[in-house]
Design a protein around this ligand. Structure first.
Ligand SMILES: [Zn+2]
Ligand SMILES: [Zn+2]
Length: 123
């Protein structure tokens, strides 16, 4: 719903979180709506909420290093995860000659090279 935000709570009311009795510092809800319909959070609970926002709710960030490619969004996110795991495991030995990206299997590299739009650098 549009208009739902975290906004400061200046009233002397307790946090609504279970088993938390600290004073509320933040409202969660519509600023223009009835405040008694807003969820109230103390500083700690609000910070915890913000720190634990699910990935799918975060604003999409674009990966700047592949700005010359426009892959399917879902495939790209999956690939980034897989690539990160492979990079951590030191498995990426197949390197695109055009853009320098490394892949863990010749099949994946071949699939990338068909789609790779990077222009070979002239050195
Ligand atoms: Zn709390
Ligand atoms: Zn490439």
């Amino acid at each position: 719903m549009a208009g739902v935000t975290l906004f400061p709570c200046a009233f002397d009311v307790p946090c609504d979180a279970f088993a938390c009795s600290k004073p509320a510092r933040w409202f969660v809800g519509r600023h223009d709506g009835p405040l008694n319909l807003c969820f109230k959070l103390c500083q700690d609970c609000a910070a915890s909420l913000v720190a634990n926002i699910p990935q799918e709710l975060l604003p999409q960030t674009t990966v700047s290093e592949s700005s010359n490619e426009v892959p399917n969004q879902e495939q790209a996110e999956e690939a980034v995860q897989v690539e990160a795991q492979e990079e951590a495991a030191g498995l990426r030995n197949y390197i695109c000659l055009k853009c320098g990206k490394a892949y863990a299997s010749p099949q994946r590299l071949a699939a990338h090279m068909r789609a790779c739009k990077a222009v070979p650098s002239h050195e």
